[in-house]
Design a protein around this ligand. Structure first.
Ligand code: LLP
Length: 430
């Protein structure tokens, strides 16, 4: 199996950085998310370096939804990242991590009145998703006696090769304002007193393993910039969103490198802005690319069963990693305590949840497994813990952060008391 450079096999066991994964499982218990801070830093430097090699005015806004642990935010804040935020919770985490309000963009197609008021209060720029929202935001800013800098989210009507549930720039998607309506939206914003249209925003989808759609997207956004200039607006930033995919199937996926991504989008961007005579900042919103491969999910084999085929029943299921169930996603799995044993038997690695779809990994060749073995599910750092649930009333597991030779909890495991703590007894049941 091909491993990313921060994973290795030592003495027959899977290691992450300097740490033996079986020891981590023993020390902290399973299931357990384990994240390498060093890998996040490496990923950030690689992606931001690839872009700044073409143009200095790059801003990286971490897509906070991918991994919401404060320690992950802090790591990225310390690298100079801002954040794409979608909720009051993500705003709170980003600010708590030390990110400045002006390095955040409040995104989303369905913001509440309190989301809009929060953006106004904190001075966070807003990506406005509809004319209705524009009017609400203007009113909220007027109430507070402030002006908010905004972008509009453009729907570029671009098809992308990814799972349909995470393609966001299709003409039929719920996000953004169609190209045919976008100028009217900017015109309306210019006529309002408390919003200041200074940016253009777009995000075409996630886990995209081709660079052409991004180049086409930038082409569309340059077109919007051209129209804006005619309206008298000098765009201060063009935000091309996130979406760069990673090779979950390392053996067969051909994933663009950050250099290839930058090599596809930057020439289109640079040619466009030169022609228009503008020098806006270029913003990107990577989530998955920064954090996915930094993290593994360690899960213990509870039992092994041979029925119509062989199952390894483990202690993590779609309650902790829903991607395989929700998007039929592939995550590589390694028998962490038998990492160099020959793969002799096909197993489905199945979780403890009461649904047939609770399969973390289907029909994988693995060493012969037994109760007590530790399975590592790779590339679990993006949309892993972030999309976990307490389904079947299972408390969520702990998360550990590694930096060099250090390992520490960045989230304790929930307890059964945590499940019941927010519940209140209706008076007639007392
Ligand atoms: N910007 C916006 C406005 C977004 O909605 C997203 C992701 C991103 C940036 C970051 O995209 P990334 O670089 O991570 O691809 N749960 C799904 C992915 C959903 C992505 C949602 N939006 C999954 O597990 O594959």
């Amino acid at each position: 199996m091909i491993l990313p450079s921060h994973l290795s096999v030592r003495n027959g066991r899977l290691a992450i950085g300097e740490h033996d994964t079986v020891d981590l499982a023993r020390q902290f218990g399973t299931p357990l998310y384990v994240t390498s801070e060093d890998r996040i830093r490496e990923n950030f430097n690689r992606l931001s370096g690839a872009l700044t090699a073409h143009y200095p005015k790059i801003r990286v806004l971490y897509a906070a939804k991918a991994n919401g642990n404060l320690a992950v935010f802090r790591t990225l804040a310390s690298m100079g990242a801002g954040a794409d935020v979608f909720s009051a919770g993500e705003v709170a985490l980003a600010l708590a991590s030390g990110m400045r309000p002006e390095s955040l963009l409040f995104n989303g197609s369905s913001k509440t009145p309190s989301d809009l008021a929060l953006a106004v209060e904190k001075g966070i720029r807003v990506s406005v998703d509809s004319p209705d929202e524009l009017r609400q935001l203007d009113a909220a800013a007027a109430m507070a006696g402030k002006t908010v800098d905004i972008a509009f989210r453009v729907n570029p009507a671009i098809e992308v090769p990814t799972h349909p549930k995470i393609a966001t720039g299709l003409a039929t998607s719920k996000f953004g304002i169609p190209a045919g309506q976008i100028l009217d939206a900017y015109r309306e914003a210019l006529a309002l007193e408390h919003v200041n249209p200074i940016g253009i925003h777009c995000h075409i989808g996630s886990q995209i393993l081709a660079v052409e759609p991004f180049a086409r997207e930038v082409e569309v956004l340059i077109g919007v910039a051209r129209d804006l200039i005619e309206l008298g607006v000098d765009p201060k930033f063009i935000d091309i969103g996130g979406g760069l995919g990673i090779p979950y199937h390392r053996e067969t996926d051909r994933a663009p490198t950050p250099e290839e991504y930058a090599g596809a989008v930057m020439p289109v961007f640079l040619r466009g802005i030169k022609e228009l005579g503008i020098e806006p900042e270029l913003w990107v919103e990577p989530g998955r690319w920064l954090v996915a491969d930094s993290t593994i999910l360690l899960t213990r084999v509870n039992s092994v069963k041979t029925a119509h085929k062989a199952f390894a029943n483990v202690d993590a299921g779609f309650n902790l990693l829903v991607r395989p169930t929700m998007y039929d996603s592939y995550h590589a799995v390694v028998a962490a305590n038998k990492a160099d044993a020959p793969a002799v038997q096909e197993y489905s690695v199945t979780g403890p949840i009461c649904e047939t779809g609770d399969i973390l990994a289907k029909d994988r060749m693995l060493p012969e497994l037994a109760a007590g073995d530790i399975i590592a599910v790779l590339d679990a750092g993006a949309y892993g813990f972030a999309m976990s649930s307490q389904y079947n009333s299972r408390p969520r597991c702990a998360e550990v952060l590694l930096a060099g030779d250090k390992a520490a909890l960045m989230r304790r495991a929930e307890t059964v008391e945590d499940l019941t703590a927010p519940m209140v007894t209706p008076p007639w049941q007392e």
